[in-house]
Ligand binder design. Structure first.
Ligand SMILES: [Ca+2]
Ligand SMILES: [Ca+2]
Ligand SMILES: [Ca+2]
Ligand SMILES: [Ca+2]
Length: 441
């Protein structure tokens, strides 16, 4: 049994060891010295000048059954470019979970592939086996992980190869051979240039709703700010009636610049919604973070108004539109992108979640694009919705849809593609070919 005297002796030894003064006397005039806290010294003191090392990331391609085993391939990245290693496991998510694959530990991540040909499960061809990878850079405390989306693929013929997007880059006619037939196909596209910048489109430059925002003029270049009465049902709004805001002011509570209506306007409301404002403060303004611009729906004379930001095409051509309606405040809202005031390109109804969009469309000079926020089913309170919109002529990379013969995806068919094709020439990956190797020539 530990006695009070024993505890006192232990405390005295502790004090001598720490080199601290003995237990002070307690008195109303003398504040008791607290017991020294257990302080974790250098181990837990972060160095603010030292950036944390990020763990590497890995993605696995579908594992493929070959005649000599299972081909496992991957891509990886590490923010600091650290040399990384990969450990591989297999699982069927039922009876076996994360069993190490023989000789598949500490693999150089840069290798990008591993052929599993030892101790394969007897029934692996019919059993749905997934591959799991753990990647570490030996600097970060954390590891990256990934599991294949597909179980091991057993490719019976070329159609399976095509189905799983495993066609060789130079196999333009998708017959699982890279040969003279593909060369003929490639020459037909020789020097084709489909980069949007080469199309002579009248759309040049780019526009950003928040960066272009002005409280001095409305309209402001191609932008105008206002509201439209909501047409029922919410899924089919029209903005043919559009009232531009005619009053800008500094809101007394927040100090933020604001667009609304003067008191003579039928959409005027003492609640100053519908509106558009920019948060130029360092804190949140009604749910709009600092540095962002927000729309707020409104209820005017008992009916809903959609807060609208309108962009009018200054020229004809293809444009790429991208942006996000952010969650903002707590109210439910309807989000819209409306073309020429009647065609709803995008709608997300009665939500308080963030919603992003991206699309390409052709416009003619004078066409309108409206980005709108409606009130949702819970009325027009607490509907602040920060908005980001970017409009620009599409780039080659923004197309995301390339000709097969454009192997390097730079929107022109030229010698750069030919060199890649030449490296692929006479390769094949037809599973029905007895000499086929699906990992290479
Ligand atoms: Ca790293
Ligand atoms: Ca071919
Ligand atoms: Ca609402
Ligand atoms: Ca190219």
């Amino acid at each position: 049994m530990i006695t009070a005297a024993a505890i006192k002796r232990m405390m005295a030894r502790y004090i001598r060891w720490r080199g601290l003064p003995k237990t002070p006397r307690h008195s109303p005039l003398r504040k008791p010295t607290p017991w020294p806290p257990i302080i974790c010294m250098a181990c837990c003191t972060p160095n603010p000048t030292e950036a944390p090392n990020a763990h590497p990331l890995i993605t696995l391609n579908p594992p493929i059954q070959q005649a000599d085993g299972i081909a496992i391939t991957w891509q990886y990245s590490d923010s600091e470019g650290d040399a990384s290693t990969v450990d591989l496991y297999w699982t069927d998510f039922q009876w076996t979970f994360l069993t190490p694959i023989p000789d598949a530990n500490d693999l150089p991540a840069s290798a990008g592939s591993f052929l599993w040909n030892q101790d394969l499960p007897e029934d692996y061809a019919s059993r749905r086996i997934y591959i799991h990878a753990v990647i570490r850079d030996h600097n970060s405390y954390l590891v990256g992980r990934a599991t294949t989306d597909h179980p091991v693929l057993v490719l019976a013929d070329c159609s399976d190869v095509i189905q799983y997007n495993l066609a060789l880059p130079g196999d333009f006619n998708q017959d699982c051979y890279v040969n003279i037939d593909d060369l003929v196909h490639w020459t037909e596209d020789w020097l084709t240039n489909y980069d949007p910048s080469a199309s002579g489109s009248g759309i040049t430059g780019s526009w950003n709703f928040r960066e272009d925002l002005s409280f001095a003029a409305n309209p402001n270049g191609p932008w105008s700010y206002g509201a439209s009465p909501h047409a029922a049902p919410p899924a089919a709004p029209v903005t043919t009636t559009f009232y531009p805001y005619n009053s800008s002011f500094t809101e007394s509570g927040s100090g933020a610049p604001w667009w609304h209506y003067d008191s003579s306007h039928p959409f005027y409301s003492s609640a100053i919604v519908p509106c558009l404002y920019y948060n130029n403060t360092s804190g949140s303004v009604y749910g709009c973070p600092a540095g962002m611009a927000a729309l707020h729906s409104g209820i005017t004379s008992g009916s809903e108004a959609i807060a609208v930001v309108r962009w009018i095409a200054p020229a004809s051509g293809t444009i790429q539109i991208s942006g996000t309606f952010y969650a903002g405040n707590s109210g439910r809202c309807d989000y819209y992108v409306i073309y020429n005031q009647i065609m709803v390109l995008i709608s997300e109804l009665d939500t308080y979640n963030q919603f992003s969009f991206s699309l390409n469309i052709n416009v003619s000079t004078g066409d309108t694009l409206d980005f709108g926020v409606g009130a949702g089913t819970d009325g027009g309170s607490a509907d602040t919705t920060p908005l980001e919109v970017e409009i620009a002529a599409p780039t080659c990379a923004g197309l995301g849809d390339y000709l097969k013969t454009d192997i390097n995806q730079d929107c022109i068919i030229n010698l750069k593609d030919f060199w890649i094709f030449a490296e692929q020439y006479l390769n094949y990956n037809n599973p029905q070919d007895s000499d086929c190797s699906l990992m290479g020539p």
